[in-house]
Design a protein. Structure first.
Length: 344
């Protein structure tokens, strides 16, 4: 089986560097911005976010009020305006949401943002996902995810030998949770410390991209390194809200809720001395304008860029074997995201 993505040329993966220069003047259209608007300079925005985050390293959990004050002032600066203005909610409402995230920050074990600076980084970079996919209607319920004809079932693909990466399901029974806890105690390095997929479904384009990444990772990882492990894929808006209620950083709109995002285990690969190589591969793909990458600690989040999903050589044309090509998700009206929620 041969799968490829739009506008992607073959490239030789290389060792990661200590730091990288964000891509400048990224080309290509984004997630169908309103008429008359072009995709903002994502590379410059990433560089500005990196500089912004450095200012918040000094803040502890009890400094949320001071952090909010500084963030409120900094977000008025012009280097953030283009991306924040291109989000579905618009600049002012998006800033209000970002400030609320800092104001309500609570350091809990399950939170992927281990500090205020990490929260700012994750929330700011997530706005790139929002620019690309935030205008598309997400899967509102778990039932929507399970019944969508545009998503593929990972269990079926695994049985057919079409997956190059690993995953596991989230257990929802007492016996299952006890068994997994026992496994972690007796065989602590056998698998990542992750709950697993709530629903093992995603877009076929995401499968193709993850398969390509898994193949490259297998080629450069040290001997004995397990295959790529995926910890999260498509989610419903309802599940995203449940995660937020549990204390996770779970922003809306989310590319997970349209099926074009994934979370990839990172911390576990430290025991195999492979995490730097995996990190390098992900940053290479970001430099190639294929994805948005967000370091969330234990797992790294990726979001597929729209132009590699729909194009003359994209997976939407060739599909996964036995699965019809997927159509683009339906777009919302031009109403801000918060207003759409009130009307639904």
């Amino acid at each position: 089986m041969t799968l490829w993505l739009a506008d992607r040329d073959a490239a030789v993966s290389r060792e990661p560097v200590a730091s990288f220069a964000p891509t400048q003047n990224a080309e290509g259209a984004g997630g169908r911005l309103p008429a008359g608007h072009s995709e903002p300079d994502i590379g410059s925005y990433r560089a500005a976010v990196r500089e912004l985050v450095a200012e918040f390293v000094q803040f502890g959990p009890s400094d949320a009020e001071s952090a909010e004050h500084i963030l409120s002032r900094r977000l008025e600066e012009k280097q953030f305006a283009a991306v924040l203005s291109a989000t579905p909610d618009g600049r002012d409402e998006t800033i209000n949401k970002l400030l609320a995230e800092v104001r309500e920050y609570q350091p809990v074990p399950r939170n992927s943002s281990t500090s205020i600076s990490a929260l700012v980084r994750i929330s700011m970079l997530a706005q790139i996902d929002s620019v690309w996919w935030g205008r598309y209607r997400g899967y509102q319920t778990d039932e929507d995810v399970l019944e969508s004809a545009d998503l593929v079932d990972l269990d079926e693909l695994s049985e057919q030998g079409q997956l190059k990466f690993r995953y596991r399901h989230q257990v929802d029974s007492f016996i299952g949770r006890a068994a997994r806890s026992a496994e972690r105690r007796t065989l602590p390095g056998r698998s990542p410390r992750t709950a697993g997929l709530w629903l093992a479904r995603t877009r076929p384009q995401a499968v193709a991209w993850l398969n390509q990444l898994a193949e490259e990772f297998a080629q450069i990882a040290p001997a004995g390194t397990p295959p790529l492990w995926v910890t999260s894929l498509a989610r419903s808006v309802d599940h995203q809200q449940r995660l937020k209620d549990l204390g996770y950083v779970a922003l809306l709109p989310s590319a997970h809720c349209v099926g074009y995002a994934a979370d990839i285990e990172m911390a576990w690969y430290r025991r195999f001395h492979a995490h730097r190589r995996l990190r390098g591969l992900l940053l290479d793909r970001q430099r190639a304008n294929e994805v948005n990458v967000i370091d969330e600690g234990q797992a790294w989040h990726i979001c597929l860029r729209p132009r590699i999903v729909h194009g003359p050589r994209s997976l939407s044309d060739v599909g996964v074997r036995g699965v019809p090509p997927a159509s683009p998700p339906a777009q919302h009206s031009s109403l801000p995201h918060s207003h759409r929620q009130q009307q639904s």
